[in-house]
Structures are given as C-alpha cells and as structure tokens.
Design a protein around this ligand. Structure first.
Ligand code: C2E
Ligand code: MG
Ligand code: MG
Ligand code: MG
Length: 280
C-alpha cells in the first residue's frame, strides 16, 4: 500500500482503483469456487423473424444469481472468467445447459450461445460443441454460435480452422455486436459467417440519426449480397422496428418484444405467441 503524507502528494493510486481491483480479486475467487449448477442460471431472449413474424431463435444469456456480492452483470464477470481461463469450463456449462433447454422447447426454435475468444484459444471448442450435441441430441442446425469480431482479428489460422470445423458440424455462426469493432464485411467473407447481428448502438439512434440509418442499411445490403442474414439488436420502440424492417433486415431482438426471461417465462411467452397467431 502506498503511503500518503496526508496532503496526498505521495499517493500513487486512486482509492477507487484499489476498490475495483479488490472487487475483481474477490469475484475471481468466488468464480473459482463456484458450483455452476447451484449459482448460475440461463435466461433466454427471443429473436423474431420479420418474414414469418415468429420467434425463430432464443439467445441464451448467463446470469449469476448465486453470487454473494449482489447483482453482477455478465459484462463484469465474463471478462474475469476470460482472463482467468475459467471461461472454458463456464462456457462448456452454458453450452450444455442451453442445448438441454432448447431440446425441450416447442417447435424447432434455434438456440444462440455466446462464445468468448478464450474458449477458442485455451479450450478445444470444436470437441466441446461436438460432445454437447451428441450428449443432448440437439440437431446441429438448431445451434447458433455467437462470436465477436475480436476473435477474427489478426492472422490466426487456428481460429479459421476451428470455425470451419464447427460449420462443418452443421452449426451456424453469428457475428455479434457488428459495427463496433474493425468491421469489414469483405474481410468477413474469409470466415464461415451465416448471420450478422447489428450492434444496438446503431439501433438506439436510428430514428434520429441519418448516419446510423445509412450504416444499418449498408450492413443489411452488403450482408445479403454476401449471402448472410441480419439481426438488429436492441429494438426498444415500435418506431425503431418499423425503420429497421424497412431496411430489409431479417430478424429483430430487443426489449420491445421481450427482455431475457427464465425458461418458464419463455414457455408462456411462446404459448401466447402461438395463440395470437391462430387468432390472427
Ligand atoms: P450480447 O451477446 O450482445 O447480448 C445482448 C445484450 O443486450 C444482453 O445483455 C441483453 O440483455 C441486452 N439487451 C437485449 N435487448 C436489449 C434492449 O432492447 N435494450 C438494451 N439496452 N439491452 C438489451 P446481458 O445479458 O447483460 O449480456 C451482456 C453481454 O455479456 C452479452 O452481450 C455477451 O457479450 C456477454 N454474455 C452474456 N452471456 C454470455 C455467455 O453465456 N457467454 C459469453 N461468452 N458471453 C456472454
Ligand atoms: Mg450475443
Ligand atoms: Mg450482441
Ligand atoms: Mg452486445
């Protein structure tokens, strides 16, 4: 601990920084000791296809309700899992749980699972996915793996090989949060990407910002030209939905339809949707 002379002139770091490091260290210990089955849960958010107007996919999102330190978002604990390597075990747990839930859902709704770069770099993601599919009996076509652009950066032949092998299993690959990184769709052509998920920052201001509208339109058109489909994330209003639909985007996700839900809530939601369709 650095000493202060009381006037602050010898303080080497801000106390807030110390708190954050402390919290991070504690969370890291909690994560190492965690019994995943007891402490973690998956919630599911519907992704609606704009052509069929039906829920085509549900995205599995990880929650840690058993954490002793109160509510903690994945944006905080996933990076810790990533930096400690625990993401390999935690990510495998998510995959298995998501596939087990998907197989119990009505209809043939797909399930989307987020993957971290660490699962590629430190784990054997191809075998993990193949084993989970065998174990749960989920048809590979019903599993969609969401990766981010950061995974594709640099010249990594290993990643390309793993993605090609995953694709050969029959699973779909989606590119999450598209537009926030070093996005280049033509560069993406080298990777087996089926879907592009347009980041919600573009959707948030699409109604009032012509540039954002232009970017979304361009992503949709170029994706289609390259035979990829598109999903708009973070739809919160009807206005955003109408604008996005007019760009030709294939599917939508966001609080306007539903926030992420427990499996029980999701079942009820899907039943309600079906009832509405038969009434319509
Ligand atoms: P993501 O994959 O981009 O997931 C979408 C995030 O946007 C989720 O946050 C979701 O709750 C939120 N969201 C959905 N609709 C709306 C909306 O209309 N408005 C707003 N403001 N937000 C919306 P969440 O669940 O907190 O997850 C954050 C991120 O954490 C995810 O972003 C993903 O990158 C990561 N994550 C979550 N679960 C997992 C997991 O199982 N494995 C890995 N590797 N990462 C995960
Ligand atoms: Mg995602
Ligand atoms: Mg996303
Ligand atoms: Mg995101």
């Amino acid at each position: 601990r650095a000493k202060s002379d009381g006037r602050g002139s010898y303080q080497f770091y801000a106390p807030e920084m110390d708190d954050r490091l402390q919290r991070r260290r504690m969370l890291e210990l909690d994560l190492r000791a965690a019994d995943f089955d007891k402490e973690f849960e998956l919630v599911f958010q519907p992704i609606v296809n704009l052509q069929s107007k039906q829920v085509a996919v549900v995205e599995a999102l990880l929650r840690w309700p058993g954490c002793q330190r109160g509510q903690i978002r994945p944006d905080e604990f996933i990076p810790i899992a990533e930096s400690t390597g625990l993401i390999v075990q935690l990510g495998a747990w998510v995959l298995e749980r998501a596939c087990r839930e998907a197989i119990k859902l009505p209809g043939s709704i797909n399930v989307a699972v987020n993957l971290s770069p660490g699962q590629f770099r430190r784990g054997n993601i191809v075998d993990t996915v193949a084993n989970v599919l065998k174990l749960t009996g989920l048809a590979p076509e019903r599993l969609e793996l969401e990766i981010t652009e950061s995974l594709l950066l640099g010249d990594n032949k290993e990643t390309l090989l793993a993605l090609n092998r995953l694709h050969a299993l029959g699973v779909k690959i989606s590119l999450d949060d598209f537009g926030t990184g070093y996005s280049s769709l033509s560069y993406l052509r080298n990777f087996p990407v089926d879907k592009v998920k347009i980041d919600r920052t573009f959707i948030a201001e699409i109604a009032g910002n012509r540039d954002h509208w232009a970017i979304v339109s361009a992503i949709v058109n170029l994706s289609h030209a390259l035979e990829m489909t598109t999903v708009a994330e973070g739809i919160e209003t009807e206005e955003q939905l109408l604008i996005v639909r007019a760009t030709g985007c294939d599917a939508v996700q966001g609080h306007f339809f539903s926030p992420p839900m427990s499996v029980a809530q999701l079942r009820r939601y899907l039943e309600d949707q079906r009832a509405k369709l038969t009434l319509a």
